[in-house]
Design a protein around this ligand. Structure first.
Ligand code: ZN
Length: 109
């Protein structure tokens, strides 16, 4: 299956997530352009998105997976979107605005 990305899995804190595109019908049904299936460890991104929005959405779902794994969202009454939206936007911007930093960080992978 074509993931729509140059890779088909992403590892997040010890868990391997499959990456897949979802058609616009499913995206409309869910009301989301990205979905994290926490049980099947799959990230879905709407195929109709422009490439930069696809990347941003994928990263947003990766941050959901990361915050799930850390228990950051376990506080009662906490809406995970209140944390994941700004956190994913800030991290995405830092990594994409600073390719030399990103490359340097990758040297530790
Ligand atoms: Zn979200």
């Amino acid at each position: 299956m074509d993931s729509g990305f140059p890779f088909s899995t992403i590892k997040v804190l010890g868990h391997k997530y499959a990456v897949a595109l979802m058609n616009s019908e499913r995206a409309e049904e869910s009301g989301c352009v990205g979905l994290l299936d926490r049980n099947r460890l799959t990230i879905f991104v709407a195929e109709h998105l422009a490439p930069s929005k696809r990347a941003e959405t994928l990263f947003h779902e990766v941050v959901h997976a990361a915050t799930d794994a850390t228990g950051l969202m376990d506080a009662p009454g906490r809406d995970d979107e209140d944390v994941v939206n700004p956190l994913s936007r800030v991290l995405f911007a830092i990594l994409t605005d600073n390719p030399l930093l990103t490359t340097y960080l990758l040297s530790f992978a």
